[in-house]
Design a protein around this ligand. Structure first.
Ligand code: DON
Length: 303
């Protein structure tokens, strides 16, 4: 069975699933998206693409952007990043605050909200025009100038992101935010509002499957940095469900509350899914099922 047939079989099994999860509404703008969307897209290392359903429809990538901001921070200041944020799985929800107090303002990892806010602060200090420069970096990675922020989503989160405001202020009280809290949060909300399709996500994440070299052939990370990024994705990319994702799917990956997931098999492929209904842990319910079916059917997990 070829990849296209496998994706079609998974899509037809899941399309009419009775339980699709719940669309995130704590960011009101995200709540407007139809739960019926289901896209799956595969990009192999030889740049063959296979897709089904809404794999070309752009959606809000939300926390998936945390991998991209960390990549840019590593590009800019290298291992200095690890003085400000740890690399341990949190075992807690993505917006959990109490660990931050216990661990004196050093977030557990860069893929939970508090960690990504520290990374935003690092970028804010090191980029001339943070929003513009970050967007250009992502466009370059994907080799696609049409990728953009969704300002309605960014503004929607700005009005309701109370837990992020709390986290940023707590970080500031421990001197782990150097810039103005409102400026850093505005930048963080813009990163989360990046809009991409499954197809664009695969192109952006291609380099994590391709030893740090982007789809356009430019090297952004060295092999040791790619190893670390993939290690962080597999241990921290799904918050308190990282174990379950590794157990079911067996790939490094990252989810977002917009319902997207992107995962990579180093040396083989990148795969992205979009299904906006989330499970109780905030990860796409059908997306996780689709990826489990894919790696089980093909035998192509890293384990
Ligand atoms: O900061 C937030 O809460 C959102 N902008 C991103 C959260 C998110 O995507 C967590 N993912 N599963």
């Amino acid at each position: 069975m070829g990849f296209q047939d496998i994706l079609e079989e998974i899509h037809s099994k899941l399309r009419d699933a009775p339980h699709k999860g719940v669309v995130a509404s704590y960011i009101p703008e995200l709540g407007k998206v139809s739960i019926k969307n289901l896209g799956i897209c595969l990009l192999t290392l030889d740049q063959e693409e296979y897709g089904v359903g809404e794999f070309q429809t752009p959606f809000s990538i939300q926390s998936i952007s945390k991998v991209l901001s960390l990549t840019l921070a590593l590009n800019l200041i290298g291992t200095e990043v690890w003085k400000r944020v740890d690399v341990e799985p949190s075992g807690d929800p993505f917006n959990f605050l109490s660990l931050l107090e216990l661990e004196r303002g050093i977030p557990r990892n860069p893929l939970i909200n508090a960690g990504a806010i520290v990374i935003s602060d690092i970028l804010y200090s090191n980029l001339k025009n943070p929003k513009e420069d970050f967007l250009n970096f992502v466009r370059e990675l994907a080799n696609d100038d049409t990728i953009d922020y969704n300002l309605d989503v960014a503004n929607s989160e700005k009005k309701t992101g109370f837990r992020n405001v709390a986290a940023a202020n707590l970080l500031k009280s421990f001197n782990n935010i150097q810039n103005n809290v409102d400026d850093v949060l505005d930048f963080y909300f813009h990163q989360c509002s990046l809009t991409m399709s499954c197809s664009q996500l695969n192109k952006t994440f291609f380099m994590f499957a391709n030893s740090g070299k982007s789809i356009a052939g430019k090297t952004y990370l060295n092999p040791s940095q790619v190893k670390r990024m993939n290690a962080l994705m597999i241990t921290c990319g799904f918050y308190d469900e990282a174990g379950e994702f590794a157990f079911e799917v067996g790939l490094p990956g990252k989810s977002g509350v917009g319902g997207g997931i992107v995962a990579v098999h180093p040396g083989k492929y990148s795969i992205a899914t979009w299904a906006p209904g989330l499970n109780v842990k905030g990860n796409s319910l059908l997306g996780m099922q689709a990826l489990e079916m894919f790696t089980t059917k093909t035998g192509l997990s890293i384990f």
